[in-house]
Design a protein around this ligand. Structure first.
Ligand code: NAG
Ligand code: NAG
Ligand code: NAG
Ligand code: NAG
Ligand code: NAG
Ligand code: NAG
Length: 538
């Protein structure tokens, strides 16, 4: 609604609640252009003036000419222009805009000439363009709802029908209550809105109309219940006011039957974020939830009302680490507190989530030293880490073999297998085997072994392996050679394994003599395709 001559505009925001196809009031905005004051009245009683929340009481306060007061039923804002006196009342569901104007006065807008309303929409109202339709609610009895909405034409309301046309109230009531479930006690709200309009006509002699209408007594259940943007104040399954999820927000979660976002594994931290409103719908208090370690609770973001549970490799919160076929899994569970009573009336919660470290995979691209060193990313699952294979020509590993480095035959070469991003508290990298081929294909022949089962090939005395299975990096050295029949190229391949240091002995047991002994099979198990390769060329 707007009046260009006295320079005010009234906007009303709508949003869905339990169903996507029924809209409810969210807020009313008054904009007084001359003093450039924006008054934002929200259902539930929060008021912002020029985007700042103000504290209100039952005594009237003046904010740049706008008089605002608040009681247990709602908020009233009023102001006077040269021609008009306007007052806006807002409770938890209904706005009542009352205007006293000179005879013949007309403003623009929905209540007057609505031809221009589409031009005065608020910026974010693009959402109005999408029309949703949800499946009918089988609990809604439209016959019964219509009958109750029509109460407005009966006593005690009938005595006011001549002054206040009940038709728009009845239509709004029927339109909503024939679709929307009765959980939120809305029937009372529709009748209350009419009763309030009646009270503007002096004596409110309606008495206890709610008894006659078989409704619950009117009460602004949601006053001071502040919900975030994706929530509304409704009744939970116990009939208590709670911040529940708006249908558009909840849609994707309900469709996939989850309570929140999928697990995020990032920077050695695993986290799951749940929507508080989805929990509240099930009467689950997020404060009773914890991980395997009961001291690890969810953290509530009071802006978004999302609750995050997380653990990391430093603070595992009771996560169980296990070795699966080709991964190392970190599994934790969100659960409710131990149930010590005889019975329970709340849902028990058990949400398992995990992050895993994949084994390094076969690197099918062999690099040539001439080009550069190859860096393979591993970002499977979500906890990525990086594996490098770097050749050097000095024992300190400071002189990397670069494009222009000449490596002579029988010159000693050190190869470092280095990882970044693994937690060395619990994981060691084991170089299981390394071998050379004259072809990029690691399975090709001829093949020459340098490391076998974690140990230097006893046939080649130049090979030395250091640090294998101890930390997250290790290295080996050997003297450069070439294949007699294919002297131009050498490709080096290494198979790596991740090993859990707390559960296994990760250090391969190697015999010093010529005869090599296989180290105990129980140390680390072998994956199928864990190679990293590089190539030499002349
Ligand atoms: C509607 O908008 C048009 C164009 O902005 C304007 O010319 C016209 O006067 C407006 N009508 C009313 C009733 O305000
Ligand atoms: C709907 O309400 C009417 C009136 O109370 C009742 O007669 C009818 O049986 C109800 N229908 C259903 C399906 O419950
Ligand atoms: C939200 O949390 C922040 C930081 O924990 C706190 O400073 C702020 O007062 C909280 N806001 C509300 C509305 O609770
Ligand atoms: C829950 O119960 C288990 C087994 O009965 C017990 O080990 C654990 O300490 C209990 N946790 C809490 C938070 O009471
Ligand atoms: C490694 O990952 C980064 C970031 O995701 C990407 O920019 C880079 O190209 C990747 N490198 C390889 C060799 O895949
Ligand atoms: C994992 O990937 C992210 C970007 O995708 C990158 O910033 C981060 O450094 C990577 N972590 C490791 C250990 O490579």
């Amino acid at each position: 609604m707007s009046d260009p001559s006295s320079g005010f505009e009234v906007f009303v925001n709508f949003g869905e609640q339990r169903r996507r196809d029924v809209s409810f009031l969210i807020s009313v905005i008054l904009w007084l252009k001359q003093s450039d004051v924006h008054v934002h009245l929200e259902v539930g009683g929060r008021v912002l003036i020029n985007n700042k929340v103000v504290t209100l009481s039952s005594s009237v306060q003046d904010f740049n000419g706008v008089k605002i007061s608040k009681n247990e039923n709602g908020v009233t804002a009023s102001f006077i222009t040269s021609k008009l006196s306007i007052s806006v009342f807002l409770d938890c569901h209904t706005a009542q805009i009352y205007m006293e104007s000179p005879l013949g006065y007309s403003a623009d807008g929905l209540c007057f000439d609505s031809s221009n309303t589409s031009q005065s929409r608020l910026a974010q109202s693009a959402s109005c363009e999408v029309q949703y339709s949800d499946d009918p609610d089988s609990c809604v009895n439209c016959t019964l709802a219509t009958k109750r909405c029509n109460m407005l034409t009966k006593a005690p309301f009938a005595s006011y029908n001549a002054n206040i046309d009940p038709t728009p109230y009845i239509n709004a009531c029927k339109e909503t209550m024939c679709k929307y479930p009765s959980e939120d006690g809305l029937m009372t709200q529709f009748l209350w809105a009419y009763a309030r309009a009646c009270s503007l006509y002096g004596n409110n002699d309606l008495g206890d109309w709610w008894t006659k209408a078989e409704c619950s007594p009117p009460k602004a259940f949601c006053m001071d219940k502040l919900c975030s943007d994706h929530e509304f104040c409704g009744w939970n399954i116990n009939g208590q006011p709670a911040c529940l999820c708006r249908a558009l927000f909840a849609y994707k979660y309900k469709k996939s039957n989850t309570l929140g976002e999928p697990t995020v594994c990032k920077h050695n931290t695993a986290s799951v974020t749940l929507a508080k409103c989805l929990l509240e719908e099930k009467c689950i208090d997020y404060k009773v939830l914890h991980l395997n370690d009961p001291t690890c609770k969810g953290a509530l973001d009071n802006q978004t009302n999302m609750v995050t549970f997380s653990f990391n490799t430093q603070n595992l919160c009771g996560a169980e680490i296990s070795y699966e076929e080709n991964t190392i899994d970190y599994v934790n569970t969100i659960k409710s507190q131990n149930n010590t009573g005889l019975i329970t009336r709340n849902d028990q919660v058990f949400i398992e989530f995990s992050c895993y470290r994949p084994q390094p995979e076969l690197k099918s691209v062999c690099f040539r030293i001439k080009d550069n060193s190859y860096v393979g990313n591993r970002s499977c699952g979500e906890w990525n880490y990086t594996v490098y294979m770097m050749p050097y020509i000095d024992a300190k590993c400071s002189k990397a073999v670069a494009t222009e480095t000449d490596v002579k035959l029988n010159q000693k070469v050190w190869v470092e297998l280095k990882t970044y991003g693994l937690d060395d508290d619990s994981i060691a990298v084991v170089t299981d085997s390394c071998w050379a081929t004259s072809d990029p294909n690691p399975d090709s022949t001829p093949r020459y072994d340098l490391i076998i089962d974690g140990c230097a090939n006893p046939e080649d005395e130049t090979v030395q392996v250091t640090g294998n299975g101890i930390g997250t990096s290790n290295r080996f050295s050997f003297n450069m050679f070439e294949f007699s029949r294919h002297p131009d190229k050498i490709y080096m391949h290494c198979q790596l394994e991740l090993c859990l240091t707390k559960k296994h002995n990760c250090v391969p047991v190697c015999s010093s003599g010529k005869r090599r002994r296989r180290f105990a099979r129980s140390t680390y198990s072998k994956g199928e395709s864990a190679y990293i390769s590089m190539g030499w060329s002349k």
